[in-house]
Design a protein around this ligand. Structure first.
Ligand code: ACO
Length: 324
């Protein structure tokens, strides 16, 4: 029986930092509005690097930390809603850049749940026994998805990438999961519509920028995501008390405060870094995981139980509990 384990983590963000004060210079907003409603103080915004460039940096770090060559990789999955192109995929671009000749590579799109969905998928590849090593990376240049004249969304997002090396193990590390979608509520969070443009079709003006009904997404997160977290804990062999940390998608600090109360865990178990990154969609959970390892909260020695939970466009939401 094959099992999968997270053996390395890494993250990377573009150098340029845009603070709330910087935003207030270019749009009608304030640090007070943004930080009191979301917790966000600043975000990284790419000047030149693409989603693929950010992911490549994470991939290189993961290989270096593990001391393995790119040739050893069986697969690369990039979770992203801001790919460099639909074809080739961002994952194929990363595969070429790092020279992972034998790896199959593809993108997975599930908005802010993308990393959790991708990690769940990758775990199945490894536990099938067919594949032994792969990269799962969340990478986003959310800055290109935004209508910068719309203050209600432009202040919320940032660019960055984070990821893990997943390897075969003889012990069970993925303890429980719960993945969900509800397309009937998809219209409250949209981005990148494509219109019909053939000479034989009725032309539609595509709505290209990100749009969000923030209140509806907030309520969805508190209700449905809390339920998913509770169900995953119930399905797992451990209790809520045995969770060391709960790494939730970093959209809004108030969601974390409410979630901790709703699921009945100590607020200190829900680390936050949206203050520094904003909402980086599929990259937010692996960036947070990597920072927790860097800062010494998470040890990567197989002794801790961590819950990962993402939620966003689709609607999509999902939770994993892993021993790490
Ligand atoms: N600066 C100043 N004022 C603003 C700004 C801004 N940047 N943006 C909006 N406002 C104004 C609005 O115009 C409105 O003014 P009005 O009352 O005069 O009409 C007022 O502030 C209140 O706006 P609301 O939208 O009601 O603010 P709310 O308290 O709901 O907070 C927020 C908005 C932060 C977006 C919140 O709803 C939220 O965080 N939602 C969840 C988002 C989320 O979790 N997304 C995750 C998924 S993302 C993904 O999948 C890609």
């Amino acid at each position: 029986m094959a099992f999968a384990k997270i053996s390395q983590v890494a993250h990377y963000a573009p150098e340029q930092i845009i603070t709330n004060e910087d935003l207030a210079q270019v749009m009608d907003t304030s640090d007070e509005w943004i930080s009191s409603r979301t917790g966000i103080k600043e975000r990284h915004i790419s000047k030149t690097e693409s989603t693929g460039d950010l992911a490549t940096e994470v991939a290189r770090q993961l290989l270096e930390k593990a001391g393995i060559s790119a040739d050893e990789l069986d697969f690369i999955i990039i979770a992203t809603m801001t790919p460099d192109s639909m074809m080739p995929s961002t994952a194929a671009r990363v595969q070429a850049k790092i020279g992972a000749h034998k790896a199959f590579a593809y993108d997975l799109t599930a908005a802010c749940s993308g990393f959790v969905f991708a990690l769940s998928t990758a775990e199945k590849f490894i536990s099938s026994g067919t594949y032994r090593k792969g990269l799962v990376i969340g990478s986003e240049t959310m800055s290109k998805s935004l209508d910068w004249s719309d203050r209600s969304t432009a202040v919320l997002f940032g660019d960055g990438a984070g990821g893990v090396l997943l390897e075969a193990s003889d012990q069970k590390h993925f303890l429980a999961e719960n993945l969900n979608s509800d397309g009937s509520r998809g219209e409250c969070l949209t981005y990148g519509q494509t219109g019909l443009i053939s000479p034989f079709s009725i032309q539609e003006e595509p709505d290209v920028f990100l749009k969000m009904d923030g209140r509806a997404v907030f309520d969805f997160a508190i209700r449905d995501v809390a339920k998913s977290i509770k169900q995953t804990i119930e399905k797992s062999p451990i209790s809520a008390d045995e969770l060391d940390y709960l790494l939730l998608h970093q959209a809004n600090i108030r969601i974390l405060d409410k979630m901790a109360r709703k699921i009945g865990v100590d607020r200190d178990k829900l680390p936050a870094n949206m203050m520094k990154y904003g909402n980086t969609s599929a990259a937010s959970i692996p960036i947070l995981l990597s920072e927790c390892v860097e800062e010494g909260f998470i040890h990567l020695d197989g002794s801790q139980n961590i819950l990962l939970s993402g939620f966003g466009g689709g609607l999509t939401w999902g939770t994993l509990i892993v021993t790490i």
